[in-house]
Write a protein that binds this ligand. Sequence first.
Ligand code: FES
Length: 138
Amino acid sequence: MSIQYGEKVMEHFLHPRNMGEIPDPDGVGEVGNPVCGDVMKLMIKVEDGRIADIKFQTFGCGAAIATSSMVTELVKGKTLDEAEKISNRAVVEALGGLPPVKLHCSVLAEEALKAAIEDYHRKHQQDKSLNRDTQNLK
Ligand code: FES
């Protein structure tokens, strides 16, 4: 049985946007689906509270690649707060829909994005407390 993908999904699958690696990312989110074994990794660069750059590496199905590509397009230039609110539904809608059996693939995109933002906050908090500690030492 073959799965029918829409035009936009095929377009992002065949010509993914922002695929690759950011050498020194501010946040990294890597998530996997234990059922199918697919893995998605998102890297973000943050400037002035906005996602200045974002790249993905996905080892997965066509829908996982298309949703990775679309989520990077949706969040580039957005503030972290705005980006955090992007759901897998929004990604699916922007792609013009996904076959029901492939909806779970879009969940990876939402989870990877949230994980990358969390990672950024975690590192940022650590930097802040390190600065505080070194200031206290002076
Ligand atoms: Fe695994 Fe699509 S089948 S993410």
